[in-house]
Design a protein around this ligand. Structure first.
Ligand SMILES: *Cc1c(COP(=O)(O)O)cnc(C)c1O
Length: 381
């Protein structure tokens, strides 16, 4: 499939030519670990062992590369496995990373509790302000790590401006594109060096698979990452790859509906007397709305808000919804609600990334928006 095709077409076809043996229009699940060699080293399809490469995973990896506009995509067992592989490829003891002041709790924990034990240093900056990021750079800084939109406060960072900051210092910009997906935002085209995904979320889209991905447009870096993917071994299995490919086929239509529904939800919350603040990049009052409008096609399905009455009131709302399911994760077709402080972001307690106690996070699904608005109205009371 040529890269000239539009996103929606690539999402369905890239990496997935009909199977040459049977004509199957969907790639088979190659549930296999090893491959017969025709004489030592005589590989029929280039495959020798499924940690190194597996045809179903290859289909996903080619699809991911096409959707993000990279030269290579790599699929992992989870988003954190992808992040770990990336960090141990790019960094050595003594190196420093700038991390954002709002990020997925597990990403923060990976830096603060795991990678730091190998002598990698990190410090926090407000990545929505390129000058603050520039000021945070040290002679040892190798990576600027950014989530945009960020989890859970929907902060926006200017990818092109940060690419400029990184490249003028001779270092790399990593963008976690999980919240936007490549349909809404293309970080590599804006200058980022590597895109990270938890494909568990919008890419998979159906809350039935955990996975991660790395995509880069830098051929030399792609080689290094692929080497480490094989050497570290945290790969996506064939069935997980297949489920993720199946989800990606509908990514474009899902993201359109997620965004439309979330916009209506944000409007409802803004006008609700018990809601004290709404975080959604599509709102004109969002401090970086203009940047979001410049670099995103629409504003996505994630909305967070704060309520009167502190943690107790926030928890009560989470317990009261009926259409929104109380649970961690995001990006599936079904709407989810959660309390970040006690759930997804508990690991940030006491840190610079701690989230407000009165915060509620919504992953707005693609159900009828009227049912979603009615459910939130009754839960807010
Ligand atoms: C969930 C998430 C991750 C981690 O991905 P897993 O698949 O859960 O390992 C990373 N970044 C963001 C923004 C996430 O929401």
């Amino acid at each position: 499939m040529s890269d000239q095709h539009a996103f929606e077409t690539l999402a369905i076809h890239a990496g997935q030519e009909p199977d040459p043996l049977t004509g199957a229009v969907v790639p088979p699940i190659y549930q296999v670990s090893t491959y017969k060699q025709d004489g030592v080293g005589g590989l029929r399809g280039g495959y020798e062992y499924s940690r190194s490469a597996n045809p179903t995973r290859t289909a996903l990896e080619e699809n991911l590369a096409a959707l993000e506009g990279g030269v290579r995509g790599l699929a992992f067992a989870s988003g954190l496995a992808a992040e770990d592989t990336l960090l141990r490829t790019l960094l050595a003891p003594g190196d420093h990373v700038v991390i954002p002041n709002d990020a997925y709790g597990g990403t923060f924990r990976l830096f603060a509790k795991v990678i730091s034990r190998w002598g990698v240093e990190w410090s926090v900056a407000d990545t929505s302000d390129p000058a603050a990021v520039r000021a945070a750079l040290r002679p040892t800084t190798k990576v600027i790590w950014v989530e945009t939109p960020s989890n859970p406060l929907l902060g926006i960072s200017d990818i092109a401006a940060l690419a400029e900051v990184a490249h003028s210092a001779g270092i790399r910009l990593v963008i976690d594109n999980t919240f936007a997906s490549p349909y809404l935002q293309q970080p590599l085209a804006l200058g980022a060096d590597v895109v990270v995904h938890s494909t568990t979320k919008y890419m998979g889209g159906h809350s039935d698979v955990v996975g991660g991905a790395l995509v880069t447009a830098d051929a030399a870096l792609a080689e290094e990452l692929a080497y480490h993917q094989n050497a570290m071994g945290a790969v996506a299995g064939p069935f997980d790859s297949w489920l993720t490919l199946r989800g990606i086929k509908t990514l474009a239509v899902r993201m359109d509906r997620h965004s439309a529904n979330a916009e209506r939800v944000a409007e409802l919350l803004v006008s609700h007397p018990k809601v004290t603040q709404v975080y959604y990049p599509g709102l004109p009052e969002h401090p970086l709305h203009e940047v979001a409008a410049k670099q995103m096609k629409a504003f996505g399905g994630m909305v967070s808000f704060r309520v009167e009455g502190g943690q107790e009131a926030a928890v009560e709302i989470c317990n009261r919804t009926e259409v929104f399911t109380l649970g961690e994760s995001l990006g599936g077709v079904e709407s989810l609600i959660e309390h970040p402080g006690l759930m997804t972001h508990a690991s940030t307690a006491g840190s610079q990334l701690e989230v407000p106690a009165d915060l509620v996070r919504l992953s707005v699904g693609i159900e009828s928006v009227d049912d979603l608005l009615a459910d939130l109205t009754q839960a807010l009371g």
